[in-house]
Design a protein around this ligand. Structure first.
Ligand code: HEM
Length: 405
């Protein structure tokens, strides 16, 4: 579907399949009409798209809550954590406490260790691919990289137990079929229960040994009474869910951009520092999270629009990343933008991605290594349309692209 700026789009559906399938044609219209009043599930909602509007909302957590009010239509589709309080969906002071528990995992010392391990993992994976590989940059390479780094190293979940978390992740799209007031799909409930059992056992083990990983941190917090055992699972999952597919999809996306812009790949070979610019600009053009939600705590007026308390605000990170007022010529891949780190790919404000420091530490070295190893990297089947994972209504990930070196 193509949309021009002159067409009315008051029937715009932020979780609708038209937008999820191909969001790009919608951006000019959304940007021209921000804030936009729409109806979702028969209830009023507001779509926020312009960069400065998005930043305004995200940096004012005292006025705009991340806690989903109960009974709002559509929320059952995004209740991934079984209504447990997790960082993404809490406000201070609860949010601050939850973030504090895992903050020690993101110290410069830990990040330096993680960066070293990630370089070793990337080299192992490239070596496993051989001299003239043909591989799926997301489903094979990106996902393996992300699992070894985040799941096995950062979270301390051994390979043989990965399925516990993958079952939960794979059951999430089923929530998309959930109806207001209806129960959750059985597969989701079973996966949640299996994960809770696993986390309880992992927590017991971590309290006995001296391993340094997320479970250990949670164990320490649990000892001091800052987190209940019930919430261990949710804490593990929020990190796992936040990192696994965002890192694997972004890894695939940066490799694809090396293919699409060979002149940029050449510049990175000459100056590996530019890999960081390549990563940020890829995220701007392909932000993994297309939207986040906020809810006004009181009745407000925003840009001349009266908005009642608790009205769902769909804050469109992806549209903001294409705002020409902030990113001139916004559809152009340009690693020389002076404000290349200002995109909304990691969100903004209180809830800015806690893992951004991990992604920023591990992905640029991988880009530089891929550019160095594979100067002739190309798509195996350039005529094939790119495949995106849009099963989760707020996410648009590159799902698969075959590359040949
Ligand atoms: C390229 C990779 C990544 C992208 C694009 C990404 C994107 C995002 C975005 C847009 C948010 C803001 C959500 C909001 O405002 O509601 C977020 C939050 C979060 N991310 Fe990431 N993320 C990435 C990597 C990671 C990693 C590696 C981890 C874990 C190690 C992680 C864990 C989280 C958590 C826990 C939050 C919630 C933070 C809070 O609410 O305070 N993310 N992420």
């Amino acid at each position: 579907m193509s949309v021009t700026t002159s067409e009315p789009i008051s029937d715009f559906q932020p979780f609708g399949m038209d937008f999820r399938n191909d969001p790009y044609p919608f951006y000019p219209k959304l940007l021209a009409h921000s804030p936009l009043e729409v109806e979702v599930g028969g209830e009023k909602a507001i779509v926020i798209s312009r960069y400065r509007h998005v930043r305004h909302i995200l940096s004012r957590h005292k006025q705009f809550s991340s806690v989903k009010p109960s009974g709002v239509p559509g929320m059952e589709k995004v209740d991934f954590f079984n209504s447990r309080p997790v960082m993404n969906y809490t406000d201070p002071p609860e949010h601050t406490e939850l973030r504090k528990i895992v903050n020690p995992a993101f110290t410069p010392r830990n990040l330096a260790k993680l960066q070293l391990r990630s370089q070793a993992i990337a080299e192992e994976l490239f070596d496993e691919l051989g001299d003239h590989p043909e591989f799926d940059a997301v489903a094979e390479f990106g996902m393996r990289f992300s699992k070894r780094l985040l799941m096995n190293t950062f979270m301390g979940v051994p390979e043989e137990d990965e399925y516990i978390f993958m079952d939960w992740l794979n059951a999430i799209p089923l929530l998309d079929q959930a109806e207001p007031g209806g129960g959750k799909p059985k597969e989701f409930v079973d996966a949640w229960t299996a994960g809770t059992d696993y986390c309880d056992a992992a927590l017991d083990r971590a309290q006995r040994d001296d391993s340094e990983n997320i479970v250990r941190l949670i164990a320490d917090a649990s000892d001091s009474g800052r987190i209940s055992k019930d919430d261990v699972m949710a804490t593990m999952l929020v990190l796992f869910a936040g990192g696994l597919t965002t890192v694997s999809a972004s890894t695939g996306a940066v490799l694809l951009k090396l293919v699409e812009y060979p002149e940029v790949a050449e510049r990175i070979r000459m100056d590996p520092e530019l890999a960081a610019h390549h990563f940020e600009e890829t995220l701007r053009l392909n932000p993994a999270l297309t939207s986040v939600m906020r809810f006004p705590k009181t009745d407000i007026e925003f840009e001349g629009l009266a908005i009642e308390r608790d009205t769902p605000l769909y804050v469109m990170l992806s549209a903001a990343c294409h705002d020409p007022d902030t990113f001139p010529d916004p559809y152009r891949f340009d690693i020389d933008r002076p404000n290349y780190r200002d995109h909304m790919g990691f969100g903004a404000g209180q809830h800015t991605c806690i893992g951004n420091v991990v992604a920023r530490a591990v992905i640029p070295p991988l880009i530089a290594e891929a550019a160095r190893r594979y100067p002739g990297l190309r798509r195996s089947a350039p005529e094939e349309a790119l495949k995106f994972d849009i099963a989760n209504p707020r996410v648009r990930h590159l799902a698969s692209v075959r590359l040949t070196a």
